[in-house]
Design a protein around this ligand. Structure first.
Ligand code: NAP
Ligand code: MG
Length: 486
């Protein structure tokens, strides 16, 4: 059980100090609909002060962060990974209460956050430029430099993991940060920020401005003094923030979700594939950008696969995060209403709910639960096949052959991930090359999160890459130095 002292400050972190806002926002527990605590509601003046603090830390006279060598940054990040692990229980409880996700997943998310700090801690002093052979009287080198002040706007579905992914990489590369967490879930992020400052991160290297997207978020994306913007969330908000950043020619990384397919061929190892198909859609109650939300199955095994999945769906249980069931609630009443409206429209269009999970007997009554479900008999081109539903809803399509499977897989504007289940090596490679997406998994889905593996989208899923060394490089830019000598 969370105690009052477990909650982070109801303030913004600016220049190493916790700063009050004139008003605060209530934080609700999605599993019960009950209030949990409050958070600061930052306004443009907080964002401005946070950007100034980040600038000071990066380049000002008091810029302690700027004076740290790559080795010092590396050592701090590695130590901070240990700190996170030392607080795993409390951080997981915060994330579980705040998002409603099952406790086991929340613990895994905190472990992944620590892994980001360890990975980027290890990488911080191994990133370097090149020398280029040019004319004989020249020495030419490239310097890989941090951008400066990185604005990071993150969502509510994986607050601690996305904190790790963005913050560890940007700090490792030597940047400073102003982070706007999501109003709906930011308690673990605020606690992580508090731990970072308490464990010696120089003032201003990381600033956190909680509040509304339309207030703090919009002020940050349009701030003239940010040097880079990384955004994770919906395509619509992604367009807004990219337009705002473009006013000041600020480079952006956009991670905007997906409608990722899982392709199951008749020769697949179904004992491995089917549990992964289920996990790919119910993890985080389907509120995952990389959710495997479309199942494409080959005709000759379609009936038996659907029958098998129906049994698995019927066995799924929804409950509060603490109960550690298969599925937690959705994040808020708005997301639940939006999804239920789409499901009602789908039913009215003749789409069949082939199977559904259940609410656990003692699940709280006020929670935003939507039962996991499997949809079949879907008319060609129906919106459930190409729109992100962001809930535990799997849509099924049947294909005849590899060519049709590829065409269906690519019949979306999104392109984040894809899973291919087949024993045929040639087909694995042909499809891996043919599918339009940022990640392709063969005979697995998600590679257990893989902090080391570059991640990002194509088309409506966004652009730029996070995670792995690519993520670290994306927080740097190249300067070319050409020296003429005798
Ligand atoms: P969202 O609007 O894209 O929110 C993402 C982040 O952007 C939050 O921190 C949000 O702040 C902030 N934001 C909102 N409006 C902004 C603006 N005008 N300027 C700057 N920042 C702004 O997503 P949502 O409304 O929470 O969820 C809606 C849909 O987005 C979901 O149904 C899902 O399809 C998609 N989504 C995708 C991901 C993903 O991982 N790709 C994650 C979350 C949601 P506040 O929320 O605090 O207002
Ligand atoms: Mg929101």
């Amino acid at each position: 059980m969370l105690k009052t002292t477990d909650f982070p400050p109801q303030q913004a972190l600016i220049g190493g100090d916790w700063v009050n806002s004139a008003t605060t926002l209530e934080v609700e527990a999605p599993a019960t609909g009950e209030p949990l605590t409050r958070i600061a509601r930052c306004q443009p003046d907080h964002v401005d002060a946070a950007v100034k603090a980040a600038q000071q830390s990066f380049s000002g006279q008091s810029g302690e962060w700027a004076s740290w060598s790559a080795r010092q940054r590396s050592e701090w990040l590695l130590r901070f990974a240990d700190t996170i692990e030392g607080h795993q229980e409390q951080l997981a409880q915060l994330e579980c209460a705040d998002t409603g996700k099952p406790m086991a997943q929340a613990k895994g998310d905190i472990a992944a956050c620590a892994r980001y700090f360890r990975f980027y801690g290890g990488a911080a002093d191994k990133l370097h430029g090149e020398t280029i052979p040019f004319e004989t009287d020249f020495a030419v080198m490239t310097l890989r430099e941090p951008y400066g002040v990185c604005a990071q706007i993150i969502p509510w579905n994986y607050p601690s993991q996305i904190f790790g992914r963005c913050v560890a990489a940007a700090l490792a590369a030597g940047n400073t940060i102003v982070l706007k967490p999501a109003e709906d879930a930011c308690l673990s992020v605020l606690r992580l920020a508090e731990l970072a400052v308490d464990h010696g991160l120089p003032a201003g290297a990381l600033n956190v401005v909680p509040g509304l997207g339309s207030e703090a978020g919009a002020a940050l994306a349009s701030h003239p003094d940010i040097d880079h913007l990384s955004f994770t969330g919906s395509p619509e908000t992604g367009t807004h923030v990219a337009q705002a950043a473009a006013q000041h020619h600020v480079p952006v990384t956009l991670e905007l979700g997906g409608k990722s397919p899982q392709l199951v061929f008749a020769d697949a190892d179904l004992d491995a594939a089917l549990p992964a198909v289920i996990k790919g859609i119910i993890q985080n109650a389907g509120q995952t950008c990389s959710a495997g939300s479309r199942l494409l199955v080959q005709r000759e095994i379609a009936d038996s696969v659907v029958a098998n999945l129906c049994e698995r769906f019927a066995a799924l249980r929804c409950d509060a995060g603490e109960a550690d069931a298969d599925c937690g609630p959705l994040i808020n009443a708005r997301q639940k209403a939006k999804l239920e409206e789409r499901l009602a429209a789908a039913k009215a269009d003749g789409i069949r709910v082939a199977a559904m999970g259940q609410l656990a007997p003692n699940a709280p009554t006020g929670g935003h639960f939507v039962l996991p479900q499997l949809l079949t008999d879907i008319p060609k081109g129906h919106e459930v096949l190409h729109e992100e539903l962001f809930g535990p809803v799997l849509v099924v399509q049947v294909f005849e052959d590899e060519a049709e499977a590829l065409a269906l897989a690519n019949a979306t504007d999104f392109g984040l991930c894809a899973g291919i289940w087949t024993r045929d090596g040639g087909r694995q490679l042909r499809l891996a090359k043919g599918i339009r997406s940022g990640q392709v998994f063969v005979n697995n889905y998600g590679a257990a999160g893989g902090v080391e593996l570059p991640f990002g989208g194509v088309g409506r899923s966004g652009h730029g890459r996070e995670k792995g060394f690519e993520g670290l490089r994306s927080y740097t830019r190249i300067k070319t130095v050409a020296i003429k000598h005798n």
